[in-house]
Design a protein around this ligand. Structure first.
Ligand code: ZN
Length: 62
């Protein structure tokens, strides 16, 4: 999950990262985008993003 919260990752065009969901590869920004589109379902991406943001299950429980 570290790649999602790394503020410097997007600022370096030549930087590579592993996929935050499956921990594979060394992707540039565009390559990672394509990898996510092709290899991961939208539901998986959504769950991972919500997970990373640490959103409470329901607003009423806050
Ligand atoms: Zn992946």
């Amino acid at each position: 999950m570290s790649a999602l919260s790394d503020p410097t990752a997007a600022d370096r065009p030549d930087a590579t990262t592993t996929c935050p969901l499956c921990d594979r590869g060394e992707y540039g920004e565009q390559d990672l985008y394509v990898h996510l589109q092709v290899n991961h379902r939208k539901s998986t991406l959504s769950e991972a993003l919500v997970d990373a943001l640490d959103v409470a299950p329901t607003a009423a429980e806050r």
